[in-house]
Design a protein. Structure first.
Length: 327
């Protein structure tokens, strides 16, 4: 059992290594791969220092699984070498998510799709995973036809560079220096920015369309319609989503609460309102404020929060690998 992490030094890659250790996955080798900038540095795993290697065409030889935590461009660049090695590639980028022969998997919802892979399995978009974890228990009672969602996305969703930019801007403001922005399109410190991704012709961003396109594939609901607004907020980690869900037949708030409370990987929270701080650094999606939608006959409104580096990326990818190993 040999596992490679491509992009091991990034926000997601680091978390993958931690998740493998936490979940006690037996591995004969963990190979840490990143850019030439990181080669020779080390990362701790089970008390040992593992040396990071520069990823190249030979890096994947002998591996059984490669967990991908690099950009779309690098994911596409390395895929031919991963395929040639025979390893299964579980990718966190959006490069292959909508391809017909690439399963898009959240193990608690559609784990069995992973078994139909042809060498590549995609991890869905982070806000999409967290939202789908909250609404899938409702969809199991009655199929969902429409979702209207607003996301509140943490800066670490843009990688380590996003965290650094928030910290640098807060310091600059406190010290009276000029604030500069490069990762985000405007100042994110003490602000929120309703613009994540690039614009499509329909006025929605690429990030916003993922909720519909990927939600359809995960829930096996090809006609699902989603209107989504994605907002970046000055929160370190854990994304939150306000969602209104319309079902084919009426689902009462109590039915939804029971289903969410019973579902694997979600926690029903009724004694207070879940928050990103509370849900940081753990794998469960918290769901609260479940109530009737006042605009829709068969509608429910809810609020959910989940750590997007863990359940929205690293932990979900590691769970996919575990699913394959156990089936
Ligand atoms: N952050 C999230 O919450 C999140 C959630 C879901 C999905 N994702 C997706 O996961 C992927 C990784 O995101 P991230 O947030 O972890 O990004 P990140 O923190 O910016 O890390 C990027 C990683 O890519 C590596 N890299 C850069 N150039 C490379 C090269 N030439 N060869 C090999 N590796 C190279 C970097 O290595 P160096 O350190 O050596 O530069 C680093 O390990 C992206 O596709 C992202 O969209 C992220």
């Amino acid at each position: 059992m040999k596992i490679g992490i491509l992009g091991a030094t990034g926000a997601v890659g680091r978390q993958m290594l931690e998740c493998i250790e936490e979940r006690n996955i037996e591995a004969d080798e963990i190979r840490l791969l990143a850019s030439a900038r990181s080669a020779g540095r080390t990362m701790k795993y089970k008390g040992e220092e593992l040396v990071i290697q520069e990823a190249n065409e030979h890096s994947f030889e002998g591996l059984d699984y490669v967990l991908g935590a690099v950009s779309n461009a690098f994911s596409k660049q390395f895929l031919p070498y991963i395929k040639a090695s025979g390893a299964v590639y579980i990718d966190n980028s959006s490069a292959f998510r909508l391809e017909d022969d690439v399963p898009l998997v959240v193990p608690e919802i559609n784990g069995e799709d992973a078994l139909k892979h042809h060498g590549v399995i995609a991890n869905p978009n982070c806000s999409t995973i967290i939202t789908m974890m909250a609404v899938a228990p409702i969809a199991r009672i009655s199929p969902i036809t429409k979702i209207t969602a607003t996301t509140f996305q943490a800066v670490s969703g843009a990688g380590i560079g996003g965290l650094q930019e928030l910290n640098a801007q807060v310091s600059a403001i406190h010290e009276g220096r000029e604030v500069t922005a490069s990762v985000f399109p405007q100042q994110i410190a003490f602000n929120c920015i309703a613009e994540i991704g690039s614009y499509n012709d329909n006025g929605y961003t690429t990030e916003e369309m993922k909720m519909q396109n990927e939600g359809r594939k995960i829930l096996h609901l090809p006609d699902l319609k989603v209107t989504c607004t994605c907002v970046r907020v000055p929160v370190y980690r854990s994304h939150s989503i306000s969602a209104s869900v319309v079902t084919e037949t009426k689902v009462t708030p109590d039915q939804a609460r029971q289903a969410i409370a019973a579902a694997e990987g979600t926690k029903l929270v009724e004694d207070h309102v879940p928050s990103p701080l509370e849900t940081s650094n753990q794998d469960i999606v918290y769901v609260g404020r479940i109530r009737e939608d006042l605009c829709e006959e068969n509608g429910l409104a809810l609020w959910c929060c989940g750590d997007q580096i863990r359940k929205g990326a690293a932990a979900n990818a590691v769970q996919i690998m575990e699913y394959l190993l156990s089936h």
